[in-house]
Design a protein around this ligand. Structure first.
Ligand SMILES: *Cc1c(COP(=O)(O)O)cnc(C)c1O
Length: 387
């Protein structure tokens, strides 16, 4: 269970130099390949030249720069909300939003597989937190039925849009129904859906045709958008409240100007025909990779997201499998608790728009062979459940 860091040299891409060796990268969140895109690099270099390497202060002191507010307006327009607020990372956003908006007397309903930053945000808020079984609308409704009449404060349902370790989608339309029925707010963390899903890349809620029904759109700039940082898009009054209350915003130096500049360049691409083509390529690549795994006898989940969990159940097996893949030039990081529940270790494979179809086909074959061998030799003797 001991973690160590691996070192990447050179830029991001479909292949990277890992600990001095070229490998096929199959576990990055840079889904559209924008982290290495010339337009983003150029924008960040130009902003650093024009506005400096750092912001020099927090947003409420001297660090609220024009480029921050321009990006916030751009994000609000992208998500169709009155306003938006930048945070220094997705982790800071979730802790800041939940702590800033909710407190004792309020109730947060949180999906059991929500990201760690949401869990920590729930702790920091000191609101009553009710964890509902993953994606289980009936259980959530039963819990709301009991809890809602008792709560005099605010009620919020919070969920990942796409779950980071499983790649499945939250049932947002059903959550919208419950939110109306029980007078709750709906917060969606779309770290993995933003720029990936929807006709215009506006994320899981656009894909599920309920974008206007989400009250709190949280998203990150460091995954498919290839940059860094995060945002909340919401009504103006919520943004104003967070400016006054979110400790992760108030007590932290704002993003350096090169970061919003590259995020803006990323949004330009996402909203252009190039972005549409990249999303199509990503979906095609996902299908090619999934089909390759299937023809090798491994069953990745159905779906439309670039995250394909390959369950290996137990930590030792997971690490050995990842090492065998690495020896064949394929890098898929093994994921163990607390990132996933006990007994649900996995190789979390992700594809990007940059991958070449031949590489995906070939690597899927190798992965399937190694997984089959490992499962045959280890899992039968351990008698653990794998699906
Ligand atoms: C990655 C991730 C975060 C954290 O975002 P960072 O910008 O990396 O801090 C939050 N929520 C989810 C669902 C994520 O996958």
């Amino acid at each position: 269970m001991l973690r160590t860091l691996r070192t990447v040299d050179g830029p991001q891409g479909d292949r990277i130099l890992l600990d001095g060796r070229e490998v096929l990268l199959l576990c990055s969140n840079d889904y559209l390949g924008l982290a290495g895109h010339p337009a983003l690099i150029e924008a960040s270099v130009r902003a650093a030249r024009d506005f400096g390497a750092g912001s020099g202060g927090s947003r409420l002191i001297s660090g609220s720069m024009r480029i921050h507010s321009i990006l916030e307006e751009r994000i609000a327009a992208f998500k169709g909300t009155e306003g938006a607020l930048l945070f220094n990372s997705g982790y800071a956003a979730n802790t800041g939003i939940l702590q800033g908006l909710f407190g004792p007397g309020d109730v947060v309903f949180s999906d059991a597989l929500n990201h760690a930053s949401i869990i920590d945000g729930c702790y920091l808020s000191r609101a009553r937190t009710v964890v509902y079984p993953h994606g289980d609308i009936d259980s959530l409704e039963a819990l709301l039925e009991v809890e809602r009449p008792r709560c005099r404060g605010r009620v919020v349902i919070v969920t990942d849009g796409i779950f980071s370790m499983d790649g499945d989608m939250a049932p947002l339309r059903e959550l919208v129904r419950l939110k109306h029925r029980y007078g709750a707010l709906l917060m969606v963390d779309d770290a993995h859906g933003t720029a990936v899903l929807g006709e215009r890349g506006r994320g899981t809620a656009e894909y599920l045709e309920c974008l206007e029904e989400v009250d709190l759109h949280m998203g990150t700039l460091g995954k498919a958008l290839g940059s860094f940082g995060a945002y909340l898009a919401a009504d103006r009054v919520i943004i104003d409240l967070l400016v006054n209350r979110a400790r992760a915003l108030i007590f932290s130096t704002s993003l350096p100007p090169s970061v919003p500049a590259s995020a803006m360049a990323a949004l330009d691409i996402v909203e252009s025909s190039e972005g549409k083509d990249l999303r199509q390529q990503l979906m095609d690549n996902r299908d090619i990779f999934a089909a390759g795994l299937r023809s090798g006898g491994v069953d990745p989940p159905e779906g439309v997201t670039p995250i394909l969990p390959l369950v290996t159940a137990e930590p030792g097996i997971t690490i050995r499998t990842a090492e065998r893949l690495l020896s064949r030039g394929i890098f898929i990081q093994g994921i163990r608790p607390p990132s996933v529940p006990e007994g649900r270790c996995r190789l979390r494979a992700t594809v990007s728009a940059l991958h070449r179809p031949e590489d995906l086909k070939q690597s899927a074959g190798i992965i399937a062979d190694i997984l089959r061998e490992v499962r045959a030799t280890c899992l039968n003797t351990l008698a653990v459940k794998v699906y």
